[in-house]
Design a protein around this ligand. Structure first.
Ligand code: 5GP
Length: 209
């Protein structure tokens, strides 16, 4: 029996190249959950195989800036020369329906969400080592040499931000990392601070004395 019908906002974040995207996809490929992915908006050009509205909403810089002006983004950040942001309306709609909404975003954006959404759960995806991180970025092969260096430098700085999160999940194996995230989401639903009021109300309603 699942109590806690309120929505849950889950923020998956961590340094560049740690495999957040891969872990998030593994999570969503699983059956038996109702997680909703929040598709971000970006000014980055689509990579091969990326689909507008599925991987990102690909927009011009002018359109992105206008979305900021209208207050339509829950958070946004510049990352290696491109802008990335979370459309606010969809997140709010889904949370209001009691859904579990997952954001996969870089660390500056995560800290903005931390300020605004006190109930959200923050998960830091961490690399098993710096070597593993560098290998991942080189293997991915989507960026030129200097961009890889820039992303690695950024990652070194970002590791220190882990203490702003509720949980740390080491991405040693994608499936293990996805398992741990699922376990965290389940545990969050069972937390007294989220659930106790609802439980006591239920008990009161079923009390025939
Ligand atoms: P990529 O260009 O590799 O798809 O993404 C670059 C970085 O931007 C990744 O760390 C990714 O998690 C992050 N990112 C994706 N969407 C958003 C977003 O909506 N907001 C923020 N702040 N970062 C995002």
């Amino acid at each position: 029996m699942k109590l806690n019908t309120k929505g849950l906002l889950v923020v998956i974040s961590g340094p560049s190249g740690v495999g957040k995207g891969t872990v998030r996809k593994a999570l969503f490929n699983r059956t038996g959950h109702n997680l909703d992915y929040s598709v971000s908006m970006t000014t980055r050009a689509p990579r091969d195989g990326e689909v507008n509205g599925v991987d990102y909403y690909f927009v011009s810089k002018k359109e992105f800036l206008s979305q900021i002006d209208k207050g339509n983004l829950l958070e946004y950040a510049e990352f290696v020369g491109n802008l990335y942001g979370t459309p606010k309306d969809k997140v709010e709609e889904k949370l209001a329906l009691g859904h579990e909404v997952v954001l996969e975003i870089e660390v500056n954006g995560a800290m903005q969400v931390r300020e605004k959404m006190k109930d959200a759960v923050f998960i830091f995806i961490a690399p098993p080592s710096y070597d593993a991180l560098e290998k991942r970025l080189v293997r991915r092969g989507t960026e030129r040499g200097e961009v890889i260096k820039e992303r690695l430098d950024k990652a070194h700085r970002e590791i220190n931000l882990a203490n702003n999160y509720d949980y740390i999940v080491i991405n040693d194996e994608v499936d293990n990392a996805a398992d741990r995230i699922m376990a965290i989401i389940r545990a969050e639903h069972a937390k007294c601070s989220r659930t106790l009021d609802e439980y006591l109300k239920l008990m009161e309603e079923t009390n025939n004395d």
